[in-house]
Design a protein. Structure first.
Length: 201
């Protein structure tokens, strides 16, 4: 094994601006050639994966390095992610686009389009159901066994599972839901209801 002297080890070749420009051109040309011929642009030996510019080995190595780098600087990476997401939402909102997908217009002056809003609500319901599954089951069981309201824990109306306040709220909600359901059926029969909560003007 060749051992470099102290002067040789400390000496670093300095490229001129012209040499740097030529090197960049060679690197870009090599990158484009590898990409065009389906060769991994990182190692230049293996065949790249479908719809990718890397081979499986290089993809795995790069992912491991990125994961290790992120773990070593997790706070800084999270702050960069927050700044990037905040800036992306600001630009999409200024452009009048959905802040989530950036493709469609927001639904009824909201931040999300209709499709993203439905997906977000479903994801949140699923997350809360999984997160609070055990706690909610124990809470509901305790309230039910002690004749307490399943919402607030106050004494229930005889023969019911809720207190007087929440019983009235549930009755009003059911009445409103029935009213809206009848309205949709009538609008569908008359041809003015399109679907997904949209009516013809």
């Amino acid at each position: 094994m060749r051992v470099l002297s102290e002067n040789q080890a400390s000496t670093k070749r300095v490229l001129s601006e012209e040499q740097k420009a030529r090197k960049r051109e060679r690197d870009i040309a090599r990158y484009d050639w590898y990409k065009e011929h389906g060769i991994c642009v990182h190692c230049g030996r293996n065949t790249a994966m479908i719809n990718s510019i890397s081979c499986p080995d290089c993809s795995y190595k790069r992912a491991e390095k990125q994961r290790e780098r992120r773990q070593n600087n997790i706070d800084k990476c999270r702050e960069k992610d927050r700044i990037r997401c905040r800036e992306r939402r600001r630009k999409r909102k200024a452009a009048g686009l959905c802040t989530n997908c950036g493709k469609k217009t927001p639904y009824k002056s909201r931040a999300y389009c209709y499709e993203c809003m439905i997906k977000s609500q479903a994801h949140r319901r699923k997350y809360l159901r999984i997160k609070n599954c055990g706690v909610e089951n124990l809470r509901s069981q305790f309230f039910r066994e002690n004749d307490l309201c399943s919402f607030c824990g106050k004494p229930v109306i005889p023969g019911k599972r809720t207190c007087e306040k929440h019983y009235k709220m549930l009755v009003e909600s059911i009445a409103y839901a029935r009213k809206m359901r009848k309205q949709k059926f009538d609008a569908a029969a008359s041809g003015t209801y399109i679907g997904l909560g949209i009516y013809k003007q």
